[in-house]
Design a protein around this ligand. Structure first.
Ligand code: DWN
Ligand code: SAH
Length: 406
């Protein structure tokens, strides 16, 4: 029986993507070592409603010195995190000598603005390479995994925090109890723990199955986050829906005696109940929808190939590992993936072995079609590549259904 990582009750599996590689393990072309695979499948807890992977990948295999994702690679995300920092500076960090800790600060995309404001901060970031980039921007970084023991060490050295923030990281951490124990040790009595992650409600609506890969262990809802927070002695006191990364929710967690939940919490809880986000019908419908997208996408790519049309992909996202390996898309159906991240260029995408090339090579020559793996950055990327369309090129998207942008 599968059991819930949060509450120990039984978990019902509803979608299985089969054997999958690590989504951010871009390989050197001459690397002959055996690639690591695991079974990527998702279930929902029948008691606390937490949606979760059924197999956990050891954390050091995913997050290490060569972790290739740099958060600052998108203008949209740079702006989003600059605003986030500004908001904290104006609301939560106004007392004397305030202190903010970020779990998973990556290249300092958020904390660099806090540093510039001269406010005390610390990023806890296990991936040494991206952490070094953050340090280069003046950000204080501790190269460790955040967990109970790390949080205590941080408190002993720096004192308690007014804010603990985390973006696109808490959903990466199976050991949530240790995170909450750490938050309890580190957070001031009236402080707030704020985190934002892809929202299960948006994943269901957009059928964005590519949000499911090794690093994304949990798929949160207000319902499941509140249940988890309460079981660890906290409460969910605010929620806010965000438009980034295909739809996220920012959750604010505090000690029950410290803050009163806003109306937004009750509203989102009621909406989730009405939508039935974890009912059998919804979950089985999601799985069926995903299989439909796979069939349609493969049929389109095969058809284009038969017509002699050229297809390349754009954005070597972690998400794309699930798309290519679940659908069986290799260099025969998408010749290369164009991406602006130096750490991914010259490498082969995990599993599919599609070569990753600098974005500049998109124009050498422009293909007939471009499969947009970074669909969450569609506006930014399509605006950046006007000549592709002017040359008759067409973008292919696959969520919420396979379509060619005319
Ligand atoms: O949760 C996570 C999110 C925050 O970031 C991590 N587990 C891993 C990563 O996921 P991802 O790789 O799916 O994230 P993105 O932001 O969708 O990746 C975009 C990719 O596209 C990057 O490799 C950069 C590239 N890109 C590009 O080549 N040109 C992006 C933009 C905006 C561009 O103009
Ligand atoms: N916050 C950034 C980075 C997201 S990528 C953004 O929103 O763009 C996820 C990050 O979480 C990686 O940089 C990874 O190294 C980090 N991470 C994974 N487990 C962690 C842990 N236990 N503590 C702190 N960071 C962690």
């Amino acid at each position: 029986m599968l059991t819930c990582r949060i509450c120990g009750a039984s978990v019902r599996e509803f979608v299985d993507f089969g054997r999958q590689p690590l989504s951010d393990a871009f390989r050197k072309p001459d690397d002959t070592s055996e690639e690591y695979f695991f079974r990527l499948a998702v279930g929902a807890c029948e008691s606390c409603a937490m949606v979760q992977l059924v197999e956990e990948v050891p954390r050091d295999r995913m997050f290490h010195a060569d972790y290739p994702y740099h958060s600052s690679g998108s203008a949209l995300m740079r702006e989003h995190f600059r605003r986030t920092a500004q908001e904290f500076l104006e609301t939560e960090l106004t007392g004397s000598d305030p202190f903010i800790v970020e779990i998973g600060c990556n290249d300092g995309v958020m904390l660099s603005a806090v540093h510039e404001a001269g406010v005390r901060h610390l990023g806890v970031e296990p991936s040494a390479g991206v952490g070094e980039v953050a340090r280069g921007r003046g950000v204080e970084v501790l190269t460790e995994f955040f967990e109970d023991s790390t949080a205590r060490a941080v408190r002993d050295e720096h004192g308690p925090a007014d804010v603990i923030f985390s973006a696109n990281t808490i959903c990466h951490i199976p050991y949530l109890e240790s995170i909450f124990l750490g938050v309890d040790a580190l957070l001031k009595p009236g402080g707030v723990f704020v985190f934002e992650d892809p929202y299960w409600g948006d994943i269901v609506e957009r059928r964005s199955f590519d949000q499911i890969y090794d690093e994304h262990f949990y798929f949160f809802t207000a319902t499941s986050v509140r249940a988890a927070a309460r079981s660890y002695g906290f409460d969910l006191v605010d929620v806010r829906r965000l438009g980034v990364h295909g739809g996220e929710v920012r959750y604010s967690i505090a000690r029950p005696e410290a803050r009163t939940p806003t109306a937004a919490v009750a509203e989102l809880l009621a909406e989730e109940e009405a939508r039935g986000l974890v009912t059998r019908e919804t979950l089985d419908g999601f799985a069926a929808g995903v299989a439909g997208i796979r069939d349609d996408l493969v049929a389109l790519l095969r058809d284009l190939k038969a017509q002699g049309r050229s297809v390349v992909a754009y954005g070597a996202t972690a998400k794309s590992a699930t798309v290519t390996n679940y659908c069986g898309i290799g260099p025969d159906l998408a010749a290369k993936i164009c991406d602006s991240t130096p750490a991914k260029q010259g490498r082969l995408a995990p599993g599919s072995r599609i070569p990753v090339v600098p974005s500049e090579e998109f124009a050498e020559p422009y293909p007939d079609h471009a499969l947009l793996f970074a669909w969450n950055h569609a506006e930014e990327i399509i605006a950046k590549e006007p000549a592709f369309r002017d040359n008759g090129g067409r973008w292919i998207l696959y969520v919420p259904e396979v379509h060619v942008v005319e």
